[in-house]
Design a protein around this ligand. Structure first.
Ligand SMILES: [Fe+2]
Length: 344
């Protein structure tokens, strides 16, 4: 999964809206592109259907302006194809056809376009339409993010023994993140990543998720899909784009023995490594079907052992241990029972 780089943020750390301009090199394309850039949009271009589809998935733009003038594909067919991909569902596509007829607007809607433009009187008018669509997109993204957070809470509530796990993780992870001088925007992303990291477990059947004993190989395979499923759930939303690597990689291990990609060391994103420490610590200080909760001191010893095995980031575990021992109110009351699937 590719996401747009952080360099595309503005000075306030807010991501500029990205527009994908799909247009064979028409006379007006470059001036229209420059006009949009002057209004602080990130503008990418594609000049045929194949590159439009590829770039839409890679960039996950906030808006696609699709001109029906491509050499290799009809614009309406391309629109339909792009909207058929679930990852593009939240991406509004505007179909633009210079010499249109009344039936084209209906064809555009049938192809999944958010809007259909024939001609417009001025670039200012077109800009107004672009701004309206982007405002709507931002609103829908935020609403969808709220739904995601509710979904994550409901997954946790499916097994009350895990209730509150994510909220406790947020507390540990943020204190560790602050001790590393992470920026406020990174801390905010860390918070959301903690709350949503296991959202992919929505696809794990209850008989596996709630199984008190150990999992067999087939069940383990199902559980191990949850980081990938989580990314596919969150990927269509711009507001969650930056936390996708933390969701995908929260079960990697420093020695490469984790999943889903077997990343090693600092290939694992920092937010994912912080999240892991918080995740494992909270798992250890809560009861499990086959053992009582560990004391905070024993839990820290276990964390340090896991770092020595090459699983967790030893520098982060060292920092976390210091914070726990000397840094504040880290030690919560003993937690509740955890499930075998938790550590799969
Ligand atoms: Fe997980």
């Amino acid at each position: 999964m590719s996401i747009r780089p952080a360099a595309l943020r503005n000075n306030e750390g807010i991501m500029n809206s990205a527009i994908l301009l799909v247009d064979v090199a028409s006379a007006g394309r470059d001036s229209w592109k420059a006009f949009l850039q002057r209004h602080s949009y990130e503008v990418f271009t594609a000049k045929d259907g194949e590159s439009a589809e590829r770039q839409c998935l890679q960039l996950q733009p906030d808006l696609v302006l699709l001109y029906d003038n491509l050499p290799d594909v009809d614009g309406f067919d391309l629109c339909r194809r792009m909207k058929d991909n679930p990852l593009n569902q939240q991406v509004p596509i505007v179909l633009v056809k210079q010499s249109s007829n009344p039936a084209d607007a209906a064809r555009g809607r049938a192809a999944g376009a958010a809007d259909f433009w024939g001609t417009y009187s001025s670039v200012a008018e077109a800009l107004g339409r672009v701004q309206s669509l982007l405002r709507l997109k931002t609103y829908i993204d935020e609403q969808a993010k709220s739904v995601m957070l509710s979904l994550a809470r409901s997954i946790e509530a499916r097994h009350p023994l895990m209730n509150g796990h994510s909220e406790r993780m947020v507390n540990y992870a943020l204190q560790l993140g602050r001790s590393l001088d992470l920026r406020d925007e990174d801390l905010q992303e860390l918070r959301i990543a903690c709350l949503l990291h296991d959202i992919g477990k929505v696809a794990v059947p209850d008989e596996i998720l709630l199984k008190p004993g150990s999992l067999n190989a087939a069940e383990t395979r199902v559980v191990r899909q949850h980081p990938i499923v989580g990314v596919s759930i969150c990927a269509p939303l711009k507001s969650l784009r930056r936390i996708l690597p933390a969701i995908r990689h929260h079960h990697e291990r420093m020695d490469g023995s984790g999943y889903p990609d077997g990343l090693c060391g600092h290939q694992i994103p920092l937010l994912a490594r912080i999240l892991q420490v918080a995740d494992v610590y909270d798992a250890l200080i809560t009861d499990r079907p086959y053992r009582d909760a560990l004391s905070p001191e024993d839990a820290l010893e276990t964390l340090n052992r896991e770092a020595a095995y090459g699983w967790l980031d030893d520098s982060l575990v060292g920092k976390f241990s210091q914070l726990c021992r000397y840094g504040g109110d880290y030690f919560p009351v003993r937690g509740r029972t955890m499930l075998a699937s938790y550590y799969a």
